[in-house]
Ligand binder design. Structure first.
Ligand SMILES: *[C@@H]1O[C@H](CO)[C@@H](O)[C@H](O)[C@H]1NC(C)=O
Ligand SMILES: *[C@@H]1O[C@H](CO)[C@@H](O)[C@H](O)[C@H]1NC(C)=O
Ligand SMILES: *[C@@H]1O[C@H](CO)[C@@H](O)[C@H](O)[C@H]1NC(C)=O
Ligand SMILES: *[C@@H]1O[C@H](CO)[C@@H](O)[C@H](O)[C@H]1NC(C)=O
Ligand SMILES: *[C@@H]1O[C@H](CO)[C@@H](O)[C@H](O)[C@H]1NC(C)=O
Length: 783
């Protein structure tokens, strides 16, 4: 049909999104504009420094990609490890700062000074300085490796500031020079600080502990959780960041922990007097876990800092929602009250209340000495009117299209089936399947698998199968047809359930859980000749996947199928199924577990002490395990360092419980609210066409290699949002040179990066096989 309804709905949503953006929430993924070092919007006078070497290396020359003066700012003399020299930039107004870019002194090939690392200090008033730290508490950022390439660092968390200091850091006495660009966007809401009761821990039985504190608290007067532009997900345990704890995106309180008042009180201080139109609170509403938006709120206003609270408050009752568990913005009208400071009490509607973001919409008081900001309101109204008009037109178009579609459908029914299918395809999927040229792969793009408006559409059953019943992914076996599985199909031995002693929960999925257990007497049970890698006296650590008793019969069948598949695998680099408990409920499968944890943890928690040959050795083992899987026509579908476990002798075993673990939830993209896909590791054809093959495992192997050689310090495509990763997949498909590849990791020899790039070939025949990869990697190890 000519105008696909979904495309139009997408447009519609886009407009609504843009409308909300216009109304004052900042999205860090889009707030990345250069703030004016390179293009000189930041004036020379606003760039200062603690010192400069010569007139010609003064702070005004610290502009990215420019070659004026002697080509950069250089502080005086040699920089010593104890020094704290700085370059200071005054942005002129409060700014939401998201990215910092640095470069060394190139000076048309005559300079070779750069800063290998630096720290950041920031200040809203130029007096009280704070040092920036990332979410894990590190203050030092990696800088340049040569004098010409610019290196950018995303600030997680971003900061709201007017003044910034870049402080080069060195381990040895050396000369440093820097050129800089700052990226972000203006911060309009004027909020300087807020105070709120400390967030709390949620420790429900059977769930991970959620730590709902203000973890980016950065000083006496400032907390940032609620103003960092990151809004929480519907499930508060799921986080947007990599390697943080469950509950990270929210600040939350329990109703009985704050005395008996039944409310949480917060106070907000602004840069100057403002007229407030509204307050928006992004709040969780997962009522099944006792979390709801607030039932009502009352706000008091103070026109000046040194004044009393005005007696008249603004009160607002929300409409509680017991149907839809989505997190949402609640808008509280503030009736254009004038204030410099606001105090609000949010009343509990349930046991828990959780906020991820608060923003204020205001106009600056016209009668203050600052020039009025009045120009904004008419523009805003104009925008809104335009948007509403567009929406009316779109609704009209939808109705019209539905009519035309019906007419066309009747006509086309007469045409040949094949032809109709093609047309359907081309018109329905303009982005993903575009072009319309006859590509063999394109014809496999069936409606339920393909993309509509940049979102993957898998059939529900595909998703469940992909996830496996315990939330782990399941190996796909092309030729395995299992209709009715019974006990006699399972070759693994039955282990006495009471000898499994629970240690901790490793993860969970839709129908089951994965536990870490001690298996008493397992070596004796398995008998001699079945070596257990990790043993500590008589007890052996094992991972136990367990199906919940209330699982559907479909899930039961899938679980037995998974056992059958697992019991066929026997390779030193693949995790082994040791035994099962299937004679009674709950069904369990017991696999090896390694005490050294997974490769991602192992590498990311280490400073650079792993040598190149260690890393290569790891890569060879993974390729060897995958070679084995490929020889059996097994497709793994979730190869990544998080799924590679290490035993004490650093032997790697490929496992598959990645998806069920909370720690890695940000590696998976949620579709339709519950399905998860490791999109950053997936080949384009897996994302676009739902095709999983050994060749798509090869792609994931390339990404895994990349992880290994970046020492898992970074998530793949960390600068892209999930949606951008999917867009990039479309570029891989279109192959017009606009696709973004992962960069070459600094530790990685060029020949190895070439190998990675071959894994990411668009066309499947161009990708190496695991046998080929193994042969290519192995010779390097013993050098
Ligand atoms: C950076 O901020 C810290 C406080 O967090 C302060 O101790 C230090 O002196 C500051 N350094 C510079 C160069 O401003
Ligand atoms: C918040 O909780 C996390 C995890 O429990 C902890 O690491 C962090 O230090 C806490 N932050 C504050 C400000 O208490
Ligand atoms: C506060 O929590 C208790 C349970 O801990 C609950 O019984 C009570 O209704 C809650 N109060 C409100 C206002 O929801
Ligand atoms: C602030 O609010 C007052 C009272 O409603 C109104 O008269 C005034 O025009 C407002 N000022 C601005 C700048 O919106
Ligand atoms: C701000 O606006 C209010 C109402 O419009 C006015 O009464 C007040 O004097 C203004 N404040 C200042 C500092 O001018």
């Amino acid at each position: 049909c000519c105008c696909d309804r979904r495309t139009i709905m997408h447009l519609f949503l886009l407009l609504i999104l843009q409308a909300t953006a216009a109304l004052g929430q900042i999205d860090p993924a889009h707030c990345r504009y250069a703030l004016g070092m390179e293009d000189r919007r930041i004036k020379d006078d606003d760039i200062t420094a603690s010192s400069q070497w010569y007139e010609t290396t003064g702070p005004q020359y610290a502009r990215l990609n420019r070659e004026e003066g002697d080509g950069a700012w250089c502080p005086e003399g040699q920089l010593e490890p104890s020094d704290s020299q700085y370059l200071q930039v005054d942005l002129g107004r409060l700014t939401f700062l998201t990215v910092v870019g640095t470069q060394g002194r190139y000076a048309r090939n005559s300079g070779n000074e750069f800063a290998r690392a630096y720290r950041l200090n920031y200040s809203r008033d130029g007096l009280l300085w704070k040092s920036w730290k990332n979410r894990l508490g590190n203050a030092v950022m990696e800088g340049n490796k040569n004098a010409y390439t610019s290196v950018i660092n995303d600030l997680h968390p971003p900061i709201i500031t007017r003044y910034v200091r870049l402080i080069p850091v060195t381990k040895l006495s050396t000369t440093v020079c820097m050129r800089v660009e700052l990226y972000g966007c203006p911060w309009e809401d004027g909020l300087i600080s807020y105070s709120a009761p400390e967030g709390q821990l949620m420790m429900p039985p059977g769930y991970p502990i959620a730590s709902l504190n203000d973890s980016t608290y950065d000083g006496v007067h400032e907390r940032r959780r609620l103003t960092d532009g990151v809004i929480g997900q519907d499930d508060f345990l799921v986080t947007r960041q990599y390697h943080v704890w469950p509950g990270y995106d929210y600040l939350g309180w329990r109703n009985d922990s704050l005395g008996t008042q039944g409310y949480v009180e917060m106070e907000f201080v602004f840069d100057r007097q403002r007229n407030f139109t509204s307050l928006k609170v992004h709040s969780n509403n997962m009522f099944s876990r006792g979390v709801k938006i607030f039932s009502s709120v009352s706000c008091w206003f103070k026109p000046r800092l040194i004044a009393g609270w005005e007696a008249e408050s603004v009160a607002f009752k929300t409409v509680l929602d017991d149907r839809n568990p989505s997190a949402r913005y609640v808008t509280v009208p503030l009736n254009r009250r004038t204030a410099k400071s606001i105090r609000c009490r949010f009343y509990f509607a349930d046991v828990w209340m959780m906020f991820s973001e608060i923003s204020f919409q205001s106009a600056v008081n016209a009668s203050t000495s600052d020039p009025p900001d009045d120009g904004n309101t008419p523009i805003l109204i104009g925008c809104l009117v335009t948007i509403i008009l567009l929406l009316v037109i779109i609704i009209f178009l939808i109705l019209w299209c539905q009519y035309v579609c019906k007419v066309l459908e009747k006509k086309s029914q007469r045409k040949e089936t094949q032809e109709k299918q093609n047309k359907h395809l081309i018109l329905l999927f303009p982005t993903a399947c575009g072009g319309g040229y006859a590509e063999p792969d394109v014809t496999q793009c069936t409606p339920h698998q393909c993309f509509h408006s940049n979102a993957p559409h898998y059939a529900e059953t595909d998703i469940v199968r992909l996830q496996g019943v315990t939330g782990s992914n399941m190996y796909a076996v092309p030729a395995l047809t299992v209709d009715s599985l019974t006990r006699k199909d399972i070759s693994a031995a039955e282990f006495p359930r009471q000898q499994l002693i629970f240690r901790e929960k490793l993860g969970e999925g839709q129908f089951g859980e994965v536990h870490l257990c001690e298996a008493e007497g397992l070596p004796e049970f398995l008998g001699e000749g079945s070596p257990l890698p990790d043993r500590d006296g008589r007890s052996v650590l094992v991972a136990v996947k367990q199906l919940r008793a209330d699982a559907t019969s479909q899930a039961r069948n899938d679980f037995l199928k998974e056992i059958k598949i697992m019991s066929r695998l026997n390779d030193p680099n693949i995790i082994r199924l040791l035994c099962v408990c299937v004679s009674s409920d709950p069904l369990c499968m017991v696999t090896e577990y390694m005490e050294n944890g997974d490769l991602n943890m192992f590498l990311s928690q280490r400073e650079i002490e792993s040598t190149l040959s260690d890393l290569l050795h790891m890569s060879v083992q993974i390729s060897s395990g995958m070679k084995y899987l490929a020889s059996l026509n097994f497709v793994h579908r979730d190869l990544a360092t998080r799924n590679c476990l290490l035993d004490r002798r650093l032997t790697i075993k490929i496992a598959d419980f990645g998806m069920s673990r909370n720690l890695y939830s940000s590696d998976y993209y949620r579709i339709q609210g519950r399905a998860v896909l490791p999109i950053r590791w997936m080949a384009w054809e897996s994302i676009l066409l739902g095709k999983f093959t050994t060749a798509s495992d090869v792609w994931a192997f390339g990404v895994t290699l990349w992880e290994i050689f970046t020492l898992c310090k970074e998530q793949p495509y960390s600068l892209l949002s999930d949606e951008q990763v999917i867009e990039n997949t479309g570029e891989f498909f279109r192959n017009q040179g606009r696709q973004i590849f992962l960069y070459a990791p600094p530790l990685c020899p060029p020949s190895l990066f070439e190998l990675m790039m071959r894994c990411w070939s668009r066309d499947i025949p161009d990708r190496p096989t695991f046998e080929g990869l193994y042969q290519a990697l192995r010779p390097h190890v013993n050098q």
